[in-house]
Write a protein that binds this ligand. Structure first.
Ligand code: ATP
Length: 304
C-alpha cells in the first residue's frame, strides 16, 4: 500500500502481513509514516495505491463486519473530560451494546483507584490506560495501537507490555502497534518491521534482532602496538587502536575471549582488560535506518 500527500510520499509501497496471535511492532522515527499506515489499516484514510485487508475484510469496501472485532488506539488518548473513568467506559459499553460492567477492564488496567475520578484530571499515563481500556472493552481479536506506551512511566510501560503479552499469548489476540522505542518493542513484539521514510526497510523476528547487533571485544594492554602485532600473528584481525584499546570483531575472539588473553600473555603483551561490548538496540536501529553508520553507544555484555 502507498499513501501520497501531494509531493510527500508518507507510505511508499509497503507490503506486510501479520499472522493471528502475533505481536507485530512497526518501528520508525518521527515522520516515518507509522500513523499514516495505521490510519490506512483502520480505513480512516484511503490508500493512494494498494489494498488493505483486516481480518479478511477489504477495508476500502467499507465492510463493517470486521470492526466489531477490532480495538484501536490512535493519536492522543481522547476521553470525555467531565465524565469519570467508569462513565467514559460505560459510554463505550453502551455504544457497543456490551452487557455486564466495566469493572473487569478497570481492574485489568489498574484503573481501580481512578475509577470515579473525572477523566480531565487524569495524568497522561492514566489517560492512556483509559484509552486502552476502551479499546479492549469488547475483547477484540485484533488490536491496532499507535504509540501505545507514549507518555507512560517505566512502570506503566512494563504493565502495558505484560497486558499485551498476556492478550496475545493467553487469548490469541493479534496486536499491531507502532513505536519509536526499539528497546521497548523488542521486549514485547514477536516481529518488528522497520519503517523509514515511508518504506519498510527491514523485518525481523525479535529473537533475530540480537543476532544483527554488532559485538566486539575491547582489549586494553600497556602496549597496543605490541599487542596488535601479537594478535595479528595469531590469526586475529584487530582494528587500529582506539584510546580505550584494540577492537576485535573476529567471531572466535568473541566466543573465546580467554584465548585472546592467553595469546597476549604468551606474546609478552598481557591484557589489562578484556570487555565484550554489544551495540545497544537504539544504536542498532539508528545504524539500520542510516542515522548513524557506527555504533554510537554500547552496553557492557560482560568481561573476561
Ligand atoms: P510521528 O511519530 O511523528 O507521528 P509517523 O511515523 O507517524 O510520525 P506520519 O504522521 O505518518 O509519521 O507522517 C509521515 C509523513 O507524511 C510526514 O512527512 C508527514 O509530514 C506527512 N503527512 C502526514 N499526514 C499528512 C497530511 N495529512 N498532509 C500532508 N502530509 C502529511
Amino acid at each position: 500500500m502507498s499513501k501520497c500527500y501531494r509531493e510527500v510520499t508518507a507510505v511508499d509501497d509497503v507490503t506486510l502481513h501479520v499472522e493471528q496471535g502475533e505481536i507485530y511492532a512497526l518501528l520508525g522515527l518521527n515522520g516515518a509514516g507509522k500513523t499514516t499506515l495505521i490510519r490506512m489499516l483502520l480505513g480512516m484514510i484511503t490508500p493512494t495505491a494498494g489494498t488493505v485487508r483486516v481480518l479478511g475484510a477489504d477495508v476500502a469496501t467499507g465492510d463493517r463486519a470486521a470492526w466489531a472485532r477490532v480495538g484501536y488506539l490512535v493519536e492522543r488518548a481522547a476521553a470525555y473530560p467531565e465524565l469519570t473513568v467508569r462513565e467514559n467506559l460505560d459510554v463505550v459499553r453502551r455504544l457497543r451494546r456490551l452487557p455486564g460492567s466495566a469493572n473487569d477492564i478497570i481492574e485489568r488496567l489498574a484503573l481501580t483507584p481512578y475509577a470515579d475520578r473525572r477523566a480531565g484530571t487524569l495524568s497522561l499515563g492514566n489517560l492512556q490506560r483509559l484509552a486502552l481500556a476502551k479499546a479492549l472493552l469488547h475483547s477484540p481479536a485484533l488490536l491496532i495501537l499507535d504509540e501505545p506506551v507514549n507518555g507512560l512511566d517505566p512502570a506503566g510501560v512494563a504493565e502495558i507490555r505484560a497486558l499485551l503479552a498476556d492478550l496475545a499469548h493467553q487469548h490469541g489476540t493479534t496486536v499491531f502497534l507502532s513505536s519509536h522505542l526499539l528497546a521497548e518493542v523488542a521486549r514485547l513484539a514477536t516481529r518488528v518491521g522497520i519503517l523509514h521514510d515511508g518504506r519498510l526497510i527491514g523485518e525481523h523476528d525479535s529473537d533475530q534482532l540480537d543476532r544483527h547487533r554488532r559485538r566486539h571485544l575491547l582489549v586494553a594492554t600497556r602496549d597496543d602496538h605490541v599487542a596488535h602485532a601479537v594478535l595479528q600473528a595469531n590469526g586475529y584481525h584487530p582494528e587500529p587502536a582506539t584510546p580505550s584499546g584494540l577492537i576485535l570483531t573476529d567471531e572466535h575472539a568473541l566466543v573465546r575471549p580467554e584465548q585472546v588473553a592467553t595469546v597476549l600473555v604468551h606474546g609478552g603483551a598481557p591484557p589489562t582488560g578484556l570487555h565484550l561490548q554489544e551495540e545497544d538496540l537504539e544504536a542498532f536501529f539508528l545504524r539500520t535506518v542510516g542515522g548513524s553508520p557506527e555504533p554510537v553507544s554500547v552496553t557492557e555484555a560482560g568481561h573476561a
